[in-house]
Design a protein around this ligand. Structure first.
Ligand code: FES
Ligand code: FE
Length: 447
């Protein structure tokens, strides 16, 4: 079968292959897979929308997306976070086209209907004349995104009214979010405006890369090691723990080695260390002290990286930052990236600025590491669209390799944090768990 509809037996065959560390290449590019993902994953689960620090005052808003659903995220007059479908209830026009701003009300550019911060329809051009008293305006409020919840300032929305609570969905990922986002007294703030750009790849390729592929750094990003703007050892991303979490989430804690001369707490100023002791439990503190880099993915498409990167050159100190990004699926072979740089609100201003520059130079849209990755991911998608790679024959001649460490590397029970931790980051354990979760979602309700 080629270019055909998905059927259950085909998906069950994919599941069997994923459990053996293999993935059919057509999974990246098949249009039916993409449609099933929109329905079975993005419409059903939690999707990251933004950080509370982006909308601190009443009337502050940002516009975001859940896959193809436009979202208007704002703080209402009472100071509560609200999320609406960013589409007018009159003829469906996209209501707000700015990325961010502050408003008391939103007026539609088509016929001028106006909605307040509570989403209520408060103004209709020539209202009484054309609709009289009979039309009940309260029926025509903005449509709410069914569920909105947050953790550590991270606001998520779901199109599924019956989705599990956000904290249940995040599960053990919360422990690791705390390390990145909850270590300081006042949490994190988004610095600068989140950047957006398009990459011609499939969303799973980038999510899997951040989630489970520190292995690629030795080749893809080798030039940054040679330039002295990444940690000195080309194998730096192999040291540490790969931790498989529930629900398809995963994180790599890449640890500093003594001979690498990397300061504790990712080089964050020593004036902040007592704050970390206050806010983290002793095990979290111990893990964070020895962390050099964290990188991972929160299923389905919220990835994060907190690396150490230089802006100078050989011998110059490396500066850490925290970057979250969403890989929004546009088509099977294109994504829109939205990328947030976050810094501890309590960090000294000089560190915040250094952290921002470190981010821009590495994982900003024109950054070294970002350019390396985007080029490679584009090539994967480019090479996965032809006749041979779409072959859905259930033999083993069209699968890709996710075998690293399968049945060879055992978990380390001494790891102090939650999850199943393996004592190396060169491993496909998170990738296998990611694709297991993905195929289970597609199989749910499949006919
Ligand atoms: Fe918005 Fe008509 S579409 S006012
Ligand atoms: Fe990379």
């Amino acid at each position: 079968m080629k270019y055909g509809k998905l059927d259950r037996s085909l998906l069950e065959d994919v599941r069997a292959k994923v459990l053996r560390g293999m993935l059919p290449q057509w999974a990246f590019t098949d249009p039916e897979v993409f449609k099933a993902e929109l329905e079975q994953i993005f419409a059903k689960t939690w999707n990251f929308l933004g950080h509370e620090s982006e909308i601190t005052r009443p009337g502050d808003y940002v516009t975001r997306w859940i896959a193809h659903d436009p979202v208007l995220l704002l703080r209402d007059a009472e100071g509560k976070v609200q999320a609406y479908l960013n589409s007018c209830t009159h003829r469906g026009t996209k209501l707000c086209t700015a990325d961010f701003g502050n408003k008391k009300a939103f007026t539609c550019p088509y016929h001028g209907w106006t909605f307040n911060l509570s989403g209520e329809l408060t103004g209709i051009v020539a209202g009484n004349k054309v609709y009289g008293e009979e039309m009940d305006r309260s029926q025509w409020s903005l449509r709410k995104i069914p569920r909105v919840e947050s953790y550590q300032g991270m606001i998520f929305g779901s199109l599924n009214e019956h989705v599990e609570p956000l904290e249940t969905f995040l599960g053990d990922m919360k422990w690791y979010f705390d390390l990145m986002l909850g270590r300081s007294d006042h949490g994190m703030e988004v610095r600068g405006i989140p950047q957006r750009w398009i990459i011609h790849t499939n969303w799973k390729i980038s999510a899997d890369n951040f989630g489970g592929d520190p292995y690629h750094t030795a080749m893809t990003h080798r030039s940054t090691v040679e330039l002295g703007i990444s940690p000195k050892d080309p194998m730096y991303a192999s040291y540490g723990y790969q931790i498989v979490l529930d629900n398809g989430h995963g994180i790599n804690i890449i640890t500093r080695r003594k001979d690498m001369n990397v300061p504790p707490f990712q080089g964050l100023p020593s004036t902040m260390w007592s704050m970390f002791e206050r806010n983290l439990d002793p095990m979290q503190l111990d893990v964070f002290r020895n962390t050099m880099i964290t990188v991972g993915n929160c299923f389905p498409n919220l990835s994060f990286v907190s690396p150490m990167h230089g802006t100078g050159g050989p011998g110059e100190p490396l500066t850490s930052f925290v970057n979250f990004r969403v890989w929004r699926p546009l088509t099977p072979t294109s994504i829109e990236v939205t990328s947030w740089l976050m810094v501890d609100q309590d960090a000294p201003e000089a560190f915040k600025e250094a952290s921002y520059l470190s981010y821009v130079g590495s994982f900003g849209p024109a950054g070294t590491l970002e350019q390396d990755d985007a080029e490679i991911w584009t090539r994967v998608a480019e090479a996965s669209q032809g006749w041979m790679t779409q072959d859905k024959d259930v033999h083993y001649n069209n699968v890709l390799n996710y075998l690293m460490g399968l049945d060879r590397v055992e978990p380390d029970p001494s790891w102090p944090g939650p999850g199943v931790a393996y004592p190396t980051c060169y491993l496909d354990a998170i990738s296998r768990a990611f694709y297991q979760r993905w195929i289970e979602c597609l199989l749910d309700d499949a006919t």
